[in-house]
Write a protein that binds this ligand. Structure first.
Ligand code: ATP
Ligand code: MG
Length: 114
């Protein structure tokens, strides 16, 4: 992958949008990257509302949102992560979410062959 690649940046921008939307004001959002063997590991870490363990894989499904539509406070369509996953997997990479649960923040990780 090429770090200036548009697909890669579109995926990361999606993760950053989510981090901003699902975090309270004045909390930290960290964007990191390290080179590991023949791959780049990137992460977007926030201190926001977190994601229950049972939802960590479902959030990549098209139109899936953790909060029910009837009580929806955050807007959006539930397609950002589906698109991000498509963009990363099209380049032979992997994307996943880690969170200790509600209120515990979330970290999205992207592993891409260089
Ligand atoms: N950083 C995050 N913290 C907590 N929950 C998140 C985070 N990112 C995503 N989610 C959960 O995953 C769901 C799916 O995310 P996705 O980006 O696909 O859709 P969206 O942000 O709701 O809408 P869209 O991206 O289409 O504007 C979100 O609705 C939210 O419930
Ligand atoms: Mg989104």
């Amino acid at each position: 992958m090429n770090p200036s690649d548009k697909k890669f940046s579109a995926a990361i921008v999606n993760l950053l949008h989510n981090a901003v939307r699902f975090s309270p004001e004045k909390t930290k959002i960290i964007l990191g990257v390290v080179e590991k063997n023949d791959a780049a590991l990137c992460w977007v870490k926030d201190e926001g509302i977190g994601i229950p363990e049972a939802e960590l894989e479902k959030i990549f499904d098209k139109f899936y949102q953790v909060e029910a539509h009837t009580v929806r406070r955050y807007g959006g369509m539930g397609i950002g992560l589906t698109i991000a996953e498509g963009l990363i997997e099209a380049q032979g990479g992997r994307i996943w979410a880690e969170s200790k649960g509600e209120g515990q923040g979330t970290t999205f990780k992207v592993l891409l062959p260089i």
